[in-house]
Design a protein around this ligand. Structure first.
Ligand code: AMP
Length: 535
């Protein structure tokens, strides 16, 4: 007969991360780049005190467990304080992406029924428009320490209660909600994913593992991924849990500023989407600069082109390509090499590193065909990617019906998995190009185009074809000084991919349409007129 174990059970709560950080790393630093170019630096100790001040202040203003507390904010120490204070009182930190349209933000705040919105001054105009349209919000709070003549409303400093003497963190069930994040809603209305304390703590544990992001107390971690993009991939939790120094870039995301901050704050590990890293790399390459402290970077959110991995490796920076999504908290896989890869030639190593990597313990993947039949993990079979795990969504926020099929969540991505568990995403299922019965990976076509030094950005979509069903079309943004012909670009594909995978047309455009999370917006490309003849 099975026997219960005889061990203590402590709920996995976010305030336990804070308590641990304060008891073991109180002198560690949190650094924020401010708008004027200066740095704000304080210790975990000071951070912890202010988190308590804020929790007390929230209590004074009537915030209760379960209330949704929204943020429209960059990566700063105040945003981090809101993360922890909100979770600590059993409320829910709802990070809203300020780059979405005003209509989407209004929908999201109303759908979540947020009661407070904390906002950075950069979004004051947006807030003016939102205020009359979001009746659930009782308090709009400017993230300023002091009252500001230009803003009549409330300011953050006034929310910091100053009597924390008898304050203790609440104990509640680990399945209590602590965070809320909406998908950008490129197809249909945005939908919310509500994280629990348990899912968040387990995700932080798993993502700090050496096979994953490998965060330790020796690291200085700089999340370039915004705190409104799936909780900056959990770094606000995993960094504190590991006792790492935290470096927050604030509002300025230009490559030059990010590189300078990295050097000034001694950053060893950082994470962001490919477009942000491209800005950093362009700056470093154009001035032949080197990284004096940066060791590892995490690139995810969209496929990382192999040439970007090679460029960072040439500068002694290891790239960990990661796959994730809002509904998966977000991390599902991270790519690192195995000992058997040590003897591979450089380009084959690069091919491994360009895959999306292997699952974190706590997340499982499977591939299915159109009929839902399981496909083998042989590195060749390509199918729809399904995921299950401790930090994977079960229901969308406010929806009764499950978001899962037989206990698995359909990611909407298509790819393969090999016998070592390496996952290779070929496309979002809606972006797959089916030509003459064969699948063409738009990611593979884009990666080859991006090797061309004269190309700033490239994206491949399908054009319908009477004869073949669909044919690939490549959109290219040339670099300002680039002088490129379509023939020159297409020549790169000869001998690299099957003949039928080579795009029929190359369309030059001035600007790539991007989503609010810095990804290429293929839906917008599809609505552009195409030339009738191949170019
Ligand atoms: P979001 O929920 O907005 O972060 O978007 C999640 C989607 O981004 C995934 O379903 C993938 O389609 C895409 N994605 C994330 N990481 C990667 C990656 N490393 N390679 C390719 N696609 C990715």
């Amino acid at each position: 007969m099975v026997q219960p174990g005889n061990m203590m059970r402590m709920p996995l709560l976010i305030n336990s991360i804070l308590t641990h950080a304060l008891e073991s790393s109180a002198d560690q630093e949190i650094v924020t780049a401010l708008d004027d170019g200066s740095l704000h630096t304080y210790t975990y100790r000071e951070f912890g005190r202010r988190v308590k001040d804020l929790a007390v202040g929230m209590g004074h203003r009537g915030l209760l467990p379960g209330h949704r507390v929204a943020t429209l904010a960059w990566n700063t120490y105040r945003h981090l304080e809101i993360y922890y204070a909100t979770a600590g009182i059993g409320a829910i930190c709802h990070t809203v992406n300020p780059r979405l349209s005003r209509e989407q933000i209004e929908f999201i705040i109303n759908d979540a029924q947020d009661v407070v919105v904390f906002y950075d001054g950069h979004f004051a105009e947006l807030v003016e428009q939102l205020e009359p349209r979001c009746p659930s919000v009782a308090h709009w709070v400017l993230l300023n320490e002091d009252a500001d003549q230009d803003h009549a409303g409330m300011h953050y400093g006034a929310w910091l209660g100053n009597d924390v003497r008898n304050f203790e963190w609440l104990e509640f069930d680990e399945d209590t909600a602590c965070g809320l994040c909406y998908t950008s809603g490129t197809t249909g209305a945005p939908k919310g994913t509500q994280y629990s304390h348990r899912s968040t703590v387990l995700h932080a544990y798993a993502s700090s593992h050496p096979n994953a992001l490998a965060i330790s107390c020796s690291d200085a971690v700089m999340p370039l991924v915004p705190m409104f993009h799936v909780n900056a991939w959990g770094l606000p939790y995993s960094s504190l849990m590991s006792g790492a120094k935290i470096v927050l870039p604030g509002s300025n995301m230009q490559g030059e500023r990010l590189y300078a901050l990295c050097e000034r704050a001694g950053v060893t590990l950082s994470a962001g989407v490919p477009t942000v890293w491209k800005g950093v790399l362009d700056h470093v390459e154009s001035r032949a600069l080197t990284f004096s402290t940066l060791q590892h970077i995490v690139i995810g959110g969209a496929a990382c082109p192999p040439h970007m991995i090679a460029s960072f490796r040439a500068r002694n920076v290891t790239v960990r390509h990661a796959w994730g999504m809002t509904e998966v908290s977000p991390l599902g896989t991270v790519c690192q090499l195995l000992p058997k890869h040590a003897s591979l030639p450089g380009d084959e190593t690069l091919q491994v590193l360009a895959s999306q990597g292997r699952p974190l313990f706590g997340a499982r993947f499977k591939l299915v065909d159109e009929e839902g039949k399981r496909l083998p993990h042989d590195g060749v079979s390509t199918g729809h990617l399904m995921v299950q795990g401790n930090w994977v969504i079960s229901h969308y926020y406010g929806k009764a019906e499950p978001a899962t099929e037989d206990g698995w969540f359909r990611t909407g991505d298509v790819g393969s998995i090999d016998a070592d568990g390496y996952m290779r995403i070929t496309d979002r299922s809606k972006d797959v190009i089916k030509s003459g019965g064969e699948w063409i990976s738009s990611i593979e076509i884009e990666n080859i185009a991006m090797e061309e030094p004269g190309i700033e950005l490239a994206a491949c979509i399908a054009e319908s074809s009477e004869k073949w069903g669909e044919r690939p079309v490549l959109f290219v943004v040339p670099k300002p000084d680039g002088c490129l012909s379509a023939e020159q670009i297409l020549a790169r594909y000869q001998g690299r991919v099957a003949k039928w995978s080579i795009p029929d047309k190359v369309v030059f455009i001035e600007r790539m349409p991007m989503t609010a999370t810095g990804k290429i917006q293929k839906a917008a490309l599809r609505s552009l007129p195409l030339p009738t003849k191949p170019q």
